[in-house]
Every structure is written in structure tokens, then in C-alpha cells.
Design a protein. Structure first.
Length: 512
């Protein structure tokens, strides 16, 4: 089947993670993964049978870690843990994110350090295969002892409690289990804690933000190159020699893309002898700004790929030594920093794009008709489209304020420093939407500017982009209902259809 993924636990690539986010998939775990899982399960059973105290296996949790739990109540302990921790609020997470959460949880548990049974893993695999996605409220995690509340909602479904979404329909958990060929399960020692400990929710949200940021970045590079032609701007600022002497890798890579995108433009050739000396920064400094954004995106991609393959519950079992070690891998500080950094990049991509729109609509700056429409005065053209872009940019500036610098003690001060990774990552989706709206408007503005230079044509690559824009949005000859045009362009950006021109820049796309 085309959606089958043969995986080895701890070895998911960014391209695979993007694929999981994009479409339903079926996991098949490697045989060695199953052997490790069984060995860890045997260690848990040994601890239970000997009565040796081990946190999370036969003790309470958090501040109650010193409380020993009788063996006959261990299964109830795990069930109670899920029910009490399923305290989330807010709108349910999208199916694509939930699918990624399930895959990440399976990937982590299959590393063989969590002590869960093969039966539990197979139940999670069945949910994934049958597209039975738990309804997980978006709010309620501070990203410290793992994403406790949202992961408890995910896990409670295995008990037949809560709700699921199956191909758009919301159903009771018991019905979802039936559709997946399952019955409500009985948790064994350690399983409930292993399910709810971990950074899978914040990581999935941050990965979704990364993929969106890559798509917006790719479209913004394209739009920026088109805007240079629309402005009849200079291509001298993209000369490789300029960027080599600075040495910033993102800047060098992005400048190369601009040069190749604009190569062969007849519009450029038509004004080689013009008197323009320097273009505004938003045109001239694109390699410097977008290159810095690319470096951030690439750095974040490394952190998030590591976290996607990490074991982040607690305690951890090391079977060969027979040790159970309590630590803090569930603290999501790396994810929080990555999410905050992505937010900066997304905000700057949109900010630079809006400045180019502002130049293009200003006849004093662009030499084009005012607000990119003939008969301006009677027609307002792109006047308010630029205002919309400005509004979206300003909104992103406020959302981009770092979340990781905040902390609030929880669990009776046992968990006294938290990362805030989950809402740091969750805020990336609206930021991507906003930036996509801005870049979409720039694509429309740049296409309009290029149309005013006809019959001269842009480069082959940019003419291909221009044709894609015009396939959905015709030339703006006179004022019309503008919102549908912007929506079409925004959706083109979010679709990632323009990323193929710059795939080698984008971490999750250059592998595919």
C-alpha cells in the first residue's frame, strides 16, 4: 500500500515526518523494535514481582512519588492516572497534528526504554492505520512533565473513554476502537505513565509549524524575486562575491536561488542601463534577511528531528543493566526554544514581504500605476490589500514574543520550572496562516507589476509562477471583490506548490 511506512524506531527523517503530517499512514515496526519492547516489558514484570520500589511502576507520581502502591492496585493506578490527567480544554487539535502525535508516541515507546507491552503499541498502531484520531484539546500543557493533559486525552481513548474523529465524524471512543478492530484495553504497570510522559504534542505542533514555515519561506523567495522584476530592480545585490565575503551559509544559499530564479529575465535586460543605483532594503537585502531566516529554520529542523526520535518519558528502563532511572527528558525546553526561533523567522519573512508590497503600490517608489491599477482614483486597486498585509504582519509581531522565557510552578512546586513549549509551538499555525496571507498578497502584487511590463517577459521560472498565479486569479483591471483573490493566493502559498523551485534549501523537502 502506498501509505505504508516500514520504520525503525528512532530513525524518522524529516521527509518522513512531513509525509506523516500530510497524509494518513500505516506504520510497520521492525522486528528488532519488537524484541526490545518485549525485553523492557519483562523488566517491568520482574520489578513488580519482586516488589522493588520503582517510580511510576509501583509508586505514586510527582509529589506522591514516596507513596507505595500495592501490587493488586497497579493497573488501577495507571487507569486513574489517565483519567485524572485528562483535564485539557480548548479546540481539538487538527487531525494532521494528532496523526503526528500518535506516530511520535509510537516511535518513542518502540525504542524499548519505556516498559510498555507490545499489545499497547499494537493498539496505537491500529488507531493510526484506521485513521481513528483521538480528540485532543489544544490547551492544558506547560511542556514540562511531558504534555500530560493532551497525551492523557489521547491515551484515554484506548480505555474507551473520550471521543475520536474518524474521517471528519466525531464518535465516542468505544465506536472508534471498534472501527480500529480494538476493544478497550487494560493498562499494565508503567503504561499509563509512559503514555502521558513525553514531548510528543509540543514536538508535533512545532513540526507542523516547521513545515508551514518552510512552505511560506519558499513562496516568499519566489515572490521576492518576482517583485524585483516588477520593480525593475537591480540584480547586483545577489552577486555571489558579495555573499562569499560575509560567509553566512544561509545568505550564500539564498542569494544563489535569487540569481537562478531571475536568470534570463527580459524585463531585467530591458533596464540594464537605468539610472537606479540602489533599491530599498526589502529588495536589496533579501539574501541577508531571508538567509538568516533560513539558518534559523535549518537549526530548528535539527532540534525537532532529534526530539521526534527521542525517548522523553520517565522513568527510563535500561534493560541490559537492569536499571530504572528517573530523570527529566520530558522537559521540553529544546522544543520551546525551537518554536520561539521559528516564530521569529515566520514574523520576519512576512515583515519583509509586506515592505515589498508597500513599495510596489507606491508609484513614487515603483514607477508603476498607483496601487497597481489603471484609473487609480476611480479604482483603489491594491490599497487595502497592502493594509491587510500590514495588519497580518503586526499581529505576527505580537504573537512572536518568546514563550520559553515564561515559567510557572506546578504540581505543588515539585515541577517548579516549565518550558511552555506546547503553546509556543501551537501559536506557529496562526503565524504561518498570517505570513502566507502576506506572501500571497505579494505574489498578486508582483504578478500585477510584471503584467504592466508586457510584452517583456520575466525568467522561465518566474513566468511559470506567474502562470500559476494567473490560473487562479486574473489580472486586476478594475476594482472587484478582492478577498477571494487573496484566499486563492494564500492557499497557493500554504500548499507548498512553489517550494519545488527552492527544495534544496528546505530541510524536510530536500530529502524527498
Amino acid at each position: 500500500m502506498s501509505n505504508l511506512l516500514e520504520v525503525t524506531a528512532g530513525d524518522l527523517s524529516l521527509a518522513t515526518l512531513r509525509r506523516i503530517h500530510a497524509q494518513p499512514i500505516v506504520f510497520r515496526l521492525a522486528a528488532n523494535d519488537r524484541k526490545r519492547i518485549a525485553a523492557a516489558t519483562a523488566l517491568v514484570e520482574k520489578i513488580v514481582s519482586t516488589g522493588e520500589a520503582a517510580y511510576g511502576i509501583n509508586t505514586g507520581f510527582g509529589l506522591l512519588a514516596q507513596t507505595r502502591i500495592p501490587t493488586e492496585q497497579l493497573d488501577l493506578l495507571q487507569r486513574n492516572l489517565l483519567l485524572s490527567h485528562a483535564a485539557g480544554v480548548g479546540t481539538p487539535l487538527p487531525d494532521a497534528v494528532v496523526r503526528l502525535i500518535l506516530a511520535l508516541k509510537i516511535n518513542a515507546l518502540a525504542r524499548g526504554h519505556s516498559g510498555v507491552t507490545l499489545g499497547l503499541l499494537d493498539a496505537l498502531l491500529a488507531l493510526l492505520e484506521n485513521e481513528v484520531y483521538p480528540l485532543i484539546p489544544a490547551q492544558g500543557s506547560v511542556g514540562a512533565s511531558g504534555d500530560l493533559a493532551p497525551l492523557a486525552h489521547m491515551s484515554a481513548v484506548l480505555l474507551g473513554i473520550g471521543k475520536v474523529r474518524v474521517r471528519g465524524s466525531v464518535l465516542p471512543a468505544t465506536e472508534g476502537l471498534r472501527l480500529a478492530g480494538l476493544r478497550p484495553i487494560k493498562l499494565h504497570a508503567k503504561e499509563g505513565l509512559a503514555l502521558i510522559n513525553g514531548t510528543q504534542v509540543s514536538t508535533a505542533l512545532a513540526l507542523a509549524g516547521l513545515f508551514g514555515a518552510e512552505d511560506v519561506f519558499g513562496a516568499a523567495v519566489i515572490a521576492g524575486a518576482m517583485s524585483v522584476d516588477a520593480l525593475k530592480g537591480s540584480d547586483s545585490p545577489f552577486d555571489d562575491r558579495i555573499h562569499q565575503v560575509r560567509g553566512q551559509p544561509g545568505q550564500i544559499a539564498v542569494a544563489r536561488e535569487y540569481r537562478e530564479l531571475m536568470a534570463g529575465s527580459a524585463i531585467r535586460a530591458s533596464h540594464l542601463d537605468c539610472s537606479r543605483v540602489q533599491d530599498p532594503y526589502s529588495f536589496r537585502c533579501q539574501p541577508q534577511v531571508m538567509g538568516a531566516c533560513l539558518d534559523l529554520i535549518r537549526n530548528c529542523s535539527v532540534t525537532l528531528q532529534l526530539e521526534a526520535n527521542a525517548v522523553t518519558d520517565n522513568p527510563l528502563l535500561f534493560v541490559e543493566q537492569g536499571d530504572v532511572l528517573s530523570g527529566g527528558n520530558f522537559h521540553a525546553e529544546p522544543v520551546a526554544f525551537a518554536a520561539d526561533t521559528l516564530a521569529l523567522a515566520i514574523a520576519e519573512i512576512g515583515n519583509l514581504s509586506e515592505r515589498r508590497i508597500a513599495v510596489l503600490v507606491d508609484p513614487k517608489m515603483s514607477g508603476l500605476p498607483a496601487f497597481l491599477v489603471e484609473n487609480s482614483g476611480l479604482n483603489s486597486g491594491f490599497m487595502i490589500a497592502q493594509v491587510t498585509a500590514a495588519a497580518l504582519v503586526s499581529e505576527n509581531k505580537t504573537i512572536a514574543v518568546p514563550c520559553s522565557v515564561d515559567s510557572i510552578p506546578t504540581s505543588a512546586n515539585q515541577e517548579d520550572h516549565v518550558s511552555m513549549a506546547t503553546h509556543a509551538a501551537r501559536r506557529l499555525a496562526p503565524m504561518v496562516d498570517n505570513a502566507a496571507g502576506v506572501v500571497g498578497i505579494e505574489l498578486l502584487a508582483a504578478a500585477q507589476g510584471i503584467d504592466f511590463h508586457r510584452p517583456a517577459r520575466s525568467s522561465a521560472a518566474l513566468e511559470e509562477v506567474h502562470a500559476a498565479v494567473r490560473a487562479g486569479v486574473p489580472f486586476y483591471a478594475a476594482d472587484r471583490y478582492f478577498a477571494p483573490d487573496i484566499e486563492v493566493a494564500q492557499n497557493l502559498v500554504k500548499s507548498g506548490c512553489f517550494s519545488r523551485f527552492v527544495n534544496r534549501l528546505l530541510p524536510s523537502r530536500r530529502e524527498s
